[in-house]
Design a protein around this ligand. Structure first.
Ligand code: 5CA
Length: 159
């Protein structure tokens, strides 16, 4: 049923399969680059879109992944307290280098290296959520339980 996926979307599909998940990556003609566009493309509420945001720690220059509901704005100060150091801005190049994916397509799994991860507790109240799958046109659907299990992140209040 699936058309041939682009290389980056296929990498996410392969990562899902390797971990034993049946989730199906779909690539759409419409843009899913932003949470709003993704919600329109799949026909769900923006809160059900999973944003995978990369931050960069200021001192150690490590990536930090925050997986947030599309409806929420991340409280960076609260995040800094959790991490124990200030956060700087991650530019497009840093995101690509650290995850292997472009902004707008960064998935919650399948990165080229393990990344410290925080998950928005608000996502756990939903039934079905959608995340980016490697490109700004690719997404996949899952339950919040599956997201937490596959990311192994710390569930926190991010707002
Ligand atoms: N595919 C959608 C829905 S899953 C998506 O990836 N949304 S996202 O929110 O996870 O990714 C877009 C995010 O990338 C923005 O919220 C923003 O934090 C970040 N971003 C966008 N443009 C830039 C930029 N020029 N430099 C650094 N970060 C950026």
């Amino acid at each position: 049923m699936n058309q041939k996926l682009s290389a980056s979307a296929q990498r996410v599909q392969d990562a899902l399969r390797q971990r034993g998940y049946a989730a199906e990556v779909i690539e759409l003609p419409q843009s899913t680059r932003t949470a709003i566009e993704a919600a329109q493309a799949v026909g769900c509420d923006v809160a059900q879109i999973v944003k995978s945001l990369i931050f960069k720690t200021k001192r150690t220059e490590r990536p930090v992944l925050v997986i947030a509901s599309g409806a929420n704005r991340v409280n960076e100060k609260a995040l800094e307290t959790l991490i124990g150091e200030p956060l700087g801005k991650a530019d497009a190049e840093f995101v690509r280098q650290q995850t292997g994916f472009v902004i707008g397509g960064v998935p919650p799994i399948g990165h080229i290296q393990p990344i410290q991860t925080f998950i928005d507790e608000d996502l756990l109240r939903l039934n079905e959520i959608w995340a980016a799958a490697g490109t700004p046109h690719a997404v996949f659907k899952m339950s919040p339980q599956m997201l937490v299990e596959m990311c192994g992140g710390q569930v926190v209040k991010i707002t």
